[in-house]
Write a protein that binds this ligand. Structure first.
Ligand SMILES: NC(=O)c1ccc[n+]([C@@H]2O[C@H](COP(=O)([O-])OP(=O)(O)OC[C@H]3O[C@@H](n4cnc5c(N)ncnc54)[C@H](OP(=O)(O)O)[C@@H]3O)[C@@H](O)[C@H]2O)c1
Length: 251
């Protein structure tokens, strides 16, 4: 059985790959950085003796997403980690149009299509979609990122509902972590104001929740409580908190 992981070259995706190989899965790993994918593949093959299929793709492009679907169609996939994504901090005018297009293409379009496609073609399967605690409210000073994560959380919840109606055995778990120590910060141009969780701990918690078919996975109890609180706060209040916290984080 294969596990497909998008954004497997670093951070949460990379750790998910190692955990799933340790659980006995063969892997299909994708990202743009071929060197990092090769290194991960060597590590998986030598440590766990599993098959690893490498697909170097830029999933901000429609043709790459189609290529991903085409090249994975003959594999028996049981797990999909829909993870590749990125953020950018700043006032809306500080984020360039290209950065906005890129974020929307990856965090919304690619994540949407991956979720939709595998929810349709797989059965008896588990899908982990990586959102964020940012998925529960609007996020001034990181507006696009928050909006993309709200989108994918909403879409994933609706699909999970429809799959249940269809009596289809495909679990969708939404990973909504707080800060995780990965390359995310450098890409987003931020420094965390809260202590981040190690990527391996985040991945291991998320995978446990995924196999239990839980709706959400939020590692760290303090972030879980903060999220619950955030979900009942009026948006005006949560946006004030977000604006302050993103201002402190911006490098
Ligand atoms: N770290 C956090 O604090 C945090 C918190 C909440 C949610 N998240 C979410 O967690 C997910 C994983 O991020 P991370 O924290 O593990 O950060 P990361 O270490 O920067 O990993 C991001 C992954 O996405 C891939 N990726 C980026 N652009 C891509 C593209 N155009 N095509 C294909 N792959 C692409 C990267 O691979 P290449 O660069 O090799 O293409 C990399 O493997 C994201 O969806 C992020 O929004 C992270």
């Amino acid at each position: 059985m294969y596990a497909l992981i998008t954004g497997a070259s670093s951070g949460i995706g990379y750790e998910c790959a190692k955990i799933l190989a340790n659980k006995g899965y063969d892997l299909i790993i994708t990202a743009r950085s071929i060197d990092k994918l090769n290194k991960l593949s060597d590590e998986i093959k030598s440590t766990y003796n599993k098959d690893v299929v490498i697909l170097p793709l830029d999933i901000s492009k429609k043709e790459s997403i189609n290529e991903l679907f085409d090249k994975t169609k003959d594999y028996k996939i049981e797990v999909v980690i829909n993870n590749a994504g990125l953020g950018k901090v700043g006032m809306f005018y500080e984020v360039t149009d290209d950065e906005d297009y890129n974020m929307i293409n990856i965090n919304v379009t690619a994540m949407h299509m991956v979720l939709k496609h595998y929810a349709e073609v797989l059965d008896n399967a588990y899908i982990l979609t990586v959102a964020s605690i940012a998925s529960f409210c609007p996020g001034p000073k990181m507006a696009t990122y928050y909006a993309t994560k709200n989108y994918i959380r909403s879409y994933a919840e609706a699909l999970r509902f429809e799959l249940k109606k269809m009596k289809k055995n495909v679990g969708i778990t939404i990973l909504a972590p707080g800060p995780v120590n990965t390359n995310f910060n450098d890409t987003a141009n931020v420094t965390f104001t809260l202590k981040g969780v190690a990527a391996d701990k985040c991945a291991s918690y998320a995978i446990k929740r995924m196999f239990k078919k839980k709706k959400f996975a939020t590692p760290k109890w303090s972030v879980r409580w903060a999220t619950r609180f955030m979900r009942i706060l009026p948006h005006r209040t949560s946006m004030r908190i977000c604006y302050k916290s993103q201002s402190k984080k911006q490098k």
